[in-house]
Design a binder for this molecule. Structure first.
Ligand code: SF4
Ligand code: SF4
Length: 73
């Protein structure tokens, strides 16, 4: 499966979390765009399909995403 995420359309994934929580295979993860520094809270998080090889193509993520930011082929 090929999973694409429009990170600009997504906005703040930690505010939404629907794809993270709804994916039965827990394919998605998040990481901050900027550099991480000790003692400084990370900001500007983006969604990434960390475990795309586990995707079954169920399309739960696509149907729950309120911003049409995910495509799965
Ligand atoms: S299609 Fe299903 S298994 Fe694949 S990433 Fe989306 S929710 Fe997860
Ligand atoms: S469901 Fe859509 S808007 Fe929500 S975090 Fe995932 S990609 Fe972003």
């Amino acid at each position: 499966m090929k999973i694409k995420i429009d990170t600009r359309a997504c906005g703040d994934p930690l505010d939404c979390r629907l794809c993270l929580d709804r994916c039965p295979e827990k394919v998605f993860g998040t990481y901050p765009r900027g550099r991480r520094e000790p003692g400084v809270p990370a900001r500007d998080w983006v969604i990434v399909p960390l475990f795309a090889s586990q995707c079954t193509g169920c399309l739960e993520c696509v149907s729950f995403c309120p911003r049409q930011a995910i495509s799965v082929r």
